[in-house]
Design a protein around this ligand. Structure first.
Ligand SMILES: *Cc1c(COP(=O)(O)O)cnc(C)c1O
Length: 354
């Protein structure tokens, strides 16, 4: 995409306008439209998007937010940055998404919100989660950092919950040339509060209504993202083609393969296989010159950063098992069929050697 990206950057340099300008405004309306949401608010990154949503709703110290026990730590960090307490709930083993059947037991008088994370690109069961939230008067904040293009009942992730946090970290399905993020929402009040909070708490220059932050999305990133939104559908389709080949190649093995819940579309941010001998498979691939990653090696409740929460480790066996067995194989719109063939052969070889 070099020519389009060069042209986008040139547009910004020629304009001499670097923050809160026309590129951001255009990007916000294009991203809202792509997601089927009424509003999009650009943010400095996904973590800040999560944090500011909670600030916008005045969720903070003394409040609890229900989060999945298996996720990237940033989901929890959004909660603790706001001063609130993350309350982990176990995922479903097959989808790796928060288990709606276990949410209600975690609700207390302090619970203010539920945070589903569409992990690896699999959309959570939003119908079940929304009905629990409505029944208990809770807000729903979605972490969609891995779910650009995921769908529930034919509707893209981006407007099922009350506010949706996006990351445009370079390797996400939609990635900037550095850190960037956004929030989508159908609620105008949330959108305008977020616009204030990201800009020092100010809606009118030098007039500050609330103590805010500096969490803006820069014009250069907005301009580049606008170009990449145009190819996002095609890139996601390419991911799907590659995933179908993986699924077919591994169908007869004893690997636990990713599933797609009926009624949802997977965004395939990551292609994750699971196996009790994950580390041996990974080592074999490494020897074959194939890079893999583990998303994620240590669950948040076992991180030193969250020692002070005093969580009982044994309470999260499903999260622990996922973190112990999961392995992400190479995947992306850039992956050639030949390269993928090498990966497939190496995985099959590795399994045979176990
Ligand atoms: C990437 C990611 C984030 C954080 O996004 P940044 O833009 O890197 O701050 C949050 N949650 C999940 C699930 C992510 O994958």
């Amino acid at each position: 995409m070099r020519p389009q990206i060069d042209a986008a950057i040139k547009r910004v340099l020629d304009s001499g306008w670097y923050l809160l300008g026309p590129e951001l405004e255009a990007m916000e309306s294009e991203w809202a439209e792509w997601c089927g949401a009424s509003h999009a608010v650009g943010m400095s990154n996904g973590l800040d998007a999560l944090h500011l949503i909670l600030r916008a709703w005045d969720i903070g110290p003394g409040d609890e937010v229900i989060v999945p026990s298996n996720t990237y730590i940033a989901s929890w960090l959004g909660v603790t940055m706001a001063g609130a307490t993350p309350v982990p709930v176990e995922p479903e083993w097959d989808t790796c998404c928060i288990d709606p059947a276990q949410i209600e037991a975690a609700i207390t008088l302090r619970t203010k919100a539920i945070m589903p994370v569409h992990l690896y690109g699999h959309a959570c069961d939003m119908n079940a989660i929304m009905s629990i939230a409505r029944r208990h008067g809770l807000k729903v904040i979605e972490d969609a950092a891995q779910a650009h293009g995921a769908e529930v009942d034919g509707k893209r992730v981006g407007s099922h919950g009350d506010a949706i946090a996006w990351s445009f970290y370079p390797s996400k399905n939609l990635g900037a040339l550095g850190d960037a993020g956004a929030v989508t929402t159908n609620d105008m009040q949330t959108a305008s509060k977020l616009k204030m909070l990201r800009n020092y708490g100010s809606a009118v220059r030098y007039v500050n209504d609330v103590p805010g932050y500096n969490n803006r999305l820069e014009e250069i990133h907005a301009a580049v993202l606008r170009e990449k939104i145009k190819v996002l559908d095609a890139w996601n389709e390419r991911r799907e083609v590659l995933v179908n080949r993986y699924q077919e190649a591994f169908a007869e093995t004893d690997l636990t393969l990713p599933v797609v819940r009926p009624g949802t579309r997977h965004a395939w941010h990551l292609y994750t296989i699971r196996h009790p001998n994950r580390d041996a498979i990974r080592a074999h691939l490494e020897l074959a010159g194939i890079g893999t990653l583990i998303h994620y090696p240590i669950p948040p409740h076992r991180q030193k950063a969250y020692e002070s929460l005093g969580l009982f480790h044994e309470a999260f066996p499903i999260a622990e098992k996922i973190h112990a067995e999961t392995l992400s194989l190479p995947l992306g719109p850039h992956l050639s069929l030949d390269s993928q063939e090498r990966v497939i052969e190496a995985v099959l070889e590795a399994i045979k050697m176990l």
